[in-house]
Design a protein around this ligand. Structure first.
Ligand code: IDP
Ligand code: MG
Length: 162
């Protein structure tokens, strides 16, 4: 049983997910949070923040050469963003699956962007694209003490270890 638990702990990962100002303004918070929650992922941190433009530029630093960078950072800092950390086995990759392709026109129906967004500049949600970015983004948006370390009882029902 201990081995099972250790294996489970080793597989655990965390990702940074944010509902951008368009998703917040459109009243899509509960719809989006519900999809991650119902899947069985664990909510580790959540807060509503209005990032400064400087902060938005830090968050999207990888894209600074792209023509849409300035508009993107203006947009991210234009209103409240729901910043979250979700935990679970495979949550980084599967979170991206739940979100769908960057361009909502190419996102499958059933995904968040496929179901709830129409254009790439207003695609309502951000999700880390890999383990390194997840680590960096969680560190940028949250202080360590904002991350919940409580055990959630439903985990044994999601993973089977108990
Ligand atoms: P991702 O959000 O799916 O990871 P990225 O390529 O990292 O996509 O781009 C970050 C964000 O920049 C996108 O979510 C979208 O809001 C915006 N973006 C990406 N490509 C374009 C574009 O061609 N025009 C306008 N905005 C774009
Ligand atoms: Mg990205």
């Amino acid at each position: 049983m201990l081995q099972e638990q250790d294996a489970h702990a080793a597989e655990m990962e965390r990702t940074f997910i944010a509902i951008k100002p368009d998703g917040v303004q459109r009243g899509l918070i509960s719809e989006i949070v519900a999809r991650f929650e119902r899947k069985g992922f664990k909510l580790v941190a959540i807060k509503l923040v209005v990032p400064s433009k400087d902060f938005a530029q830090k968050h999207y630093h990888d894209l600074k050469e792209r023509p849409f960078f300035n508009g993107l950072c203006d947009f991210l800092s234009s209103g409240p963003v729901l910043a979250m950390v979700w935990e679970g086995e495979g949550v980084i990759k599967y979170g991206r699956k739940l979100i769908g392709a960057t361009d909502p026109q190419k996102s499958e129906p059933g995904t968040i962007r496929g179901d709830l967004a129409v254009v790439v500049g207003r695609n309502i949600i951000h999700g880390s694209d890999g383990p390194e970015t997840a680590k960096d983004e969680i560190k940028l948006w949250f202080k360590p003490e904002e991350l919940n370390t409580c055990t959630i009882n439903s985990e044994k029902w999601v993973y089977g270890a108990n």
